[in-house]
Design a protein around this ligand. Structure first.
Ligand SMILES: [Cu+2]
Length: 100
């Protein structure tokens, strides 16, 4: 998932919500004692005209308290919320799980 800021101002995403889960958070993976860990971030900053990619081992959306299991191909609506109260609706398509 890529987020592009095509406005002239920095956007700070501080929250996310979706009807599919009780809580949706913006997380970031990082290394701690040579292990991967993750943490909720306070804000995902996107400078004007910049693109941030949410992907494995980096920033991601975390759905907690999922009501129904996700099916590949299912479209999920997620609303991203900026610190100024602006909301951005996004539609995400569920991809099959990556098997390593
Ligand atoms: Cu997470």
């Amino acid at each position: 998932m890529k987020i592009t800021n095509d406005s002239d101002e920095t956007i700070r995403l501080v929250n996310a919500k979706s009807s599919v889960a009780k809580h949706t958070e913006i997380h970031r993976m990082f290394m701690r004692d040579s292990k991967m860990a993750m943490r909720k971030i306070d804000a995902l900053e996107i400078a004007p005209k910049e693109t941030v990619e949410l992907k494995q081992h980096s920033y991601h959306l975390m759905f907690m308290g999922i009501k129904d299991a996700f099916e590949p191909g299912q479209v999920i609506k997620v609303t991203l919320i900026a610190d100024n109260g602006k909301e951005f609706d996004t539609l995400l398509t569920v991809m099959p799980m990556n098997k390593h």
